[in-house]
Design a protein around this ligand. Structure first.
Ligand code: 8OZ
Length: 358
């Protein structure tokens, strides 16, 4: 099967086309939001993936929207992630970090000085976030001032440097699922009248500045981006996503990124939520196309064999099947994930899912 052929991603040789998608699990340390030994065990169990994209990691406190998500901007967080990358590398794996600013999908209790979260425009997200007291509605955001944007870019640059110090093989920019980058891209949220709002070119400006900032730190062959053109996740929408993403991906192509990671349809939901021609993005981009969302074995094989995708990212199946690659190879049953233990907690529902061998 083509799913089990190797693939050259930049200077990495992936032994198969199966990627572990980034998955928020809220298992970081409670005092420092740092990755830890428990997380190192969890990722090491999954090191047979062609590539692991580690869970979304806030670039700053302002960029955090959920409690106990592991950041990548303090010394303690770099040390925490270093434990994870060295264990995964020792187990023979390869690992990118997804770097993340949630924008308005946050809560005052997580923000510096309990202030308002930031966004492109002062419009509250119709979404919930997870804080100390459980799921809560997101807080009303304030619009970033034009003059503040360089400071946010500097936070991206700092986090990109921290990811390098932590030993990752590369970074994935989180440009999906209704977070800050999408809050600029999509016109359901972005109502700005400065050079970051209005036309498609203007709405892409912030995202491309983030990309250019990360490229100051990392070689372009070690930088990917995740996008979700039609997802309604976290209350986001765009009136005409096809021309927006055709333009955006064309600009990404000029910058030579190593992959685009495309959530096809509604994140974690229906693939056919809205019409969209993903083939147009494939055509516009000469790097790797990583497909995601609801893939099963046959679909994944079809996507690789037909050339529609180079890589397929699996999310939830990796939660409950640490040996997902072996299970797919053998067409073995895929264990169901427990919804009660997705976010927060300890070992239960995290590192205790057995392999086929038990
Ligand atoms: C589920 C819960 C919290 C965050 C995403 C990072 O949607 C997330 C996320 C998912 O990209």
């Amino acid at each position: 099967m083509k799913l089990f052929t190797s693939f050259r991603l930049g200077d990495l040789e992936l032994p198969n086309r199966i990627v572990m998608a980034p998955l928020t699990r809220n298992r970081a340390t409670h005092d420092a939001d740092a990755a830890n030994e428990l997380m190192a065990r969890y990722y090491t169990q999954r090191a047979s993936a062609g590539l692991i994209v580690a869970e979304a990691s806030p670039i700053s406190q302002e960029g955090q929207g959920y409690i106990w998500t592991p950041g990548c901007y303090t010394d303690a967080q770099v040390e925490g992630w270093r434990k994870v990358t060295s264990a995964v590398h020792k187990a023979g794996g390869r690992m990118f970090l997804q770097i993340w600013h949630v924008g308005r999908v946050s809560h005052v209790s997580l923000q510096p000085n309990n202030g308002a979260p930031v966004s492109s425009s002062p419009i509250q997200a119709e979404a919930k976030t997870y804080v100390a007291s459980g799921f809560e509605p997101t807080s009303a955001p304030r619009a970033l001032e034009t003059a503040e944007i360089p400071r946010v870019l500097a936070d991206y640059e700092h986090a990109a440097r921290c990811a390098k110090a932590a030993g990752f093989d590369g970074v994935e920019i989180h440009g999906a699922n209704g977070y800050l980058i999408e809050q600029f891209l999509k016109d359901g949220c972005n109502k700005r009248t400065d050079k970051y709002g209005g036309s498609i070119e203007n709405r892409c400006r912030f995202a491309l500045e983030v990309v250019d900032t990360v490229l100051k730190v990392w070689d372009k062959q070690k930088v990917g981006i995740r996008i979700s053109p039609v997802t309604p996740a976290n209350g986001i929408s765009d009136s005409n996503p096809q021309p927006l993403y055709n333009h955006f991906v064309g600009e990404l192509n000029k910058r030579g990124l190593v992959y685009i990671h495309v959530v096809e349809g509604a994140t974690g939901g229906a693939r056919d939520v809205a019409p969209f021609d993903y083939g147009a993005l494939r055509k516009a981009f000469s790097g790797a196309y990583m497909a995601n969302n609801g893939y099963r074995r046959d679909m994944a094989e079809e996507a690789i064999a037909s050339g529609r995708a180079d890589l397929v990212a699996f999310g939830r199946p990796f939660i409950s099947n640490p040996d997902l690659v072996e299970r797919l190879r053998n067409d073995a049953p895929i264990a169901k994930w427990d919804l009660q233990t997705l976010y927060g907690g300890g070992e239960k529902g995290y590192i205790d899912y057995p392999t086929m061998a038990g």
